[in-house]
Design a protein around this ligand. Structure first.
Ligand SMILES: NC(=O)c1ccc[n+]([C@@H]2O[C@H](COP(=O)([O-])OP(=O)(O)OC[C@H]3O[C@@H](n4cnc5c(N)ncnc54)[C@H](O)[C@@H]3O)[C@@H](O)[C@H]2O)c1
Length: 265
């Protein structure tokens, strides 16, 4: 039986309608938490809320565009009215613009920065008071390996490096309130965002990930739960990679494969 580590805890997950966010919400719910699931995809969010409730979990669906400050204020008010308080915030909502620097328009750049960076900033800013009241409490920000090394999509890379820096800065400021703030840096995950990539994307990624595969959403959700739990009580400002070895030695791994191919010719 799953240990109910988050019994009587309240957790808000952004971008929770599908993909990684939905997996994180489900894992917290099955660990006993009341999950506040928030997304711009209202129908999918409501469907997930209903299916979690049908399974006997405590879940409330909310509309949230993470770039909209008024939406954050309404979300905080709704969580307050629900009477659950807030112990954990997971800033997971994110988008990717798969374009080179030359191809990226200013509007696309602004969109990536708004959702991926301003969304995290606004979440931490507006949820801070509620998290402080529940302290010790935690924030987990979803960055990417693109926040550790460069990917080919500059707006995504810049935004995910910004999430890493923002996390560390908030960790300093929020430690006075006993709110821990950490970031998670996954390589490729099996989610709709990945499945929407051009043909060949997944195989090309598998070729440079030493473990040779993508992560399941649950493998990343487990790390988020650990960082949000008391087991990580002395961790703040940390960047946790979960990348099958990509940032450890993706280049050496790919070089070895190429060398073997050359020798076999
Ligand atoms: N899939 C990967 O390979 C991968 C790897 C590393 C990091 N990540 C990160 O993980 C997070 C989740 O990605 P995913 O793969 O599940 O993507 P996804 O596209 O499957 O899901 C993202 C969710 O965020 C929501 N969202 C987008 N813009 C929003 C906004 N303005 N306000 C509220 N919600 C919004 C979407 O509606 C969607 O439900 C993202 O931050 C992404 O950058 C993904």
């Amino acid at each position: 039986m799953t240990e109910l580590k988050f019994r009587d805890k309240s957790v808000c997950v952004t971008g929770a309608a599908r993909g990684l966010g939905a997996a994180i919400a489900r894992r917290f719910a099955s660990a006993g938490a009341h999950v506040h699931i928030a997304d711009v995809l209202d129908e999918e969010t409501r469907d997930l809320g209903r299916s979690l409730a049908d399974e006997g979990f405590a879940a409330t669906a909310h509309h949230l565009d993470v770039t909209d400050e008024a939406d954050w204020q309404m979300l905080v008010a709704a969580i307050g009215a629900a009477g659950t308080g807030l112990d954990v915030l997971v800033n997971n909502a994110g988008i990717i613009i798969r374009k080179s620097l030359a191809e990226t328009s200013k509007a696309e750049w602004d969109k990536a920065m708004n959702v991926n960076v301003a969304g995290v900033f606004l979440g931490m800013k507006h949820c801070r008071a509620m998290l402080a009241r529940a302290a010790p409490s935690a924030i987990v920000n979803i960055s990417s390996t693109a926040g550790i090394i460069a990917h080919g999509d500059p707006s995504y890379t810049a935004s995910k490096w910004a999430v890493r820096g923002l996390t560390k800065s908030a960790a300093l400021e929020f430690s006075a309130d006993r709110i821990r703030v950490n970031s998670v840096h996954p390589a490729m995950i099996a989610t709709p965002l990945t499945f929407a990539a051009p043909e060949g994307h997944m195989d090309a990624n598998r070729a440079v990930i030493p473990m040779g595969r993508e992560a399941s959403p649950d493998e990343i959700a487990n790390i988020v739960l650990f960082l949000a739990s008391d087991d990580a009580s002395f961790m703040t400002g940390s960047e946790v990679t979960a990348d099958g070895g990509l940032t450890t030695g993706g280049v050496a791994h790919a070089r070895k494969r190429v060398q073997t191919d050359i020798q076999q010719r």
